[in-house]
Ligand binder design. Structure first.
Ligand code: MN3
Length: 253
């Protein structure tokens, strides 16, 4: 498959993106390169649910305990289980890193491709989501703050743009802060469990360093239909030190 860069991608990321490795098409998993930024533990080849880096009740009052329990223990756990079941049907995929599978879905057999996309995406997205939150949040400073200001005008303008992406995602999906193939920052949103690693599937490709789950299961118990209130609350628990760490790691990929 020889994938062409769409005009919108070109405009979004600039001409330098054409030189980016992630846009060179799919010639096998080896081309995708390492993107292992977050822990995706495996036992005996099977993915396992990563533990939350804090207790279920520690994001209160912003994110409620029961939502965190169900979200991690039921929703995320189901993505892991379904991903493992799919991969068991294709032993040739071996211990391929999840990042490589998602980065080159075209190379995954069609019989399990949709499951890897939906449940592998679900696993990756949630593993990232838990990592970029912490009780009480942390402060945005340093090179990431400077890069955000350079890209979006100010931290406040970035937050507005990100929140808008989260608000305007119709139905279920995610909002992202992405390090693009040309090493700039972009805000994006994807439907369902798609994410910016999915070259050839989503427009906004790159390395996600911050993600916000806007599926109703992420907020309905506490906020019901008030997605905007959930987004406002969520900013209070963003772990900027972790996002800054992921930013530095993404620049080195
Ligand atoms: Mn979710």
């Amino acid at each position: 498959m020889n994938r062409k860069v769409t005009r919108r991608q070109f405009l979004a990321f600039g001409g330098a993106a054409l030189a980016g490795a992630a846009l060179t098409g799919s010639r096998g998993f080896a081309d995708v390169g390492p993107r292992a930024l977050i822990p995706l533990p495996r036992e005996g080849g099977q993915f396992v649910l990563p533990p939350l880096p804090y207790a279920f009740d520690e994001l209160e009052p912003h994110l409620d305990t029961q939502t965190m329990q169900i979200h991690h223990g039921k929703h995320h756990a189901a993505y892991v289980k379904n991903l493992n079941e799919a991969l068991a049907k294709e032993p040739t995929l071996g211990n391929q890193p999840l990042e490589s599978l998602l980065g080159n879905l075209a190379a995954v057999s069609e019989t399990i491709r949709a499951t890897v996309r939906n449940h592998g995406g679900g696993h990756y997205n949630h593993a990232l989501f838990w990592e970029v939150m912490r009780p009480g949040g942390s402060t945005l400073t340093g090179p990431l703050a400077a890069a955000i200001t350079a890209s979006f005008g100010s931290v406040e303008k970035f937050k507005e743009q990100f929140s808008r992406a989260a608000m305007t995602r119709f139905g279920s999906g995610w909002a992202w802060l992405v390090v693009t193939p040309s090493r700039t920052l972009a805000v994006a949103s994807t439907p369902n469990q798609d994410n910016p690693l999915m070259t050839g599937v989503v427009e906004a490709i790159g390395t996600p360093i911050l993600g916000l789950d806007v599926w109703e299961h992420a907020y309905y118990l506490k906020f019901q239909n008030r997605r905007a209130d959930y987004i406002d609350a969520w900013w209070n628990v963003v772990h900027w030190d972790k996002v800054a760490e992921l930013y530095q790691a993404a620049l080195r990929l």
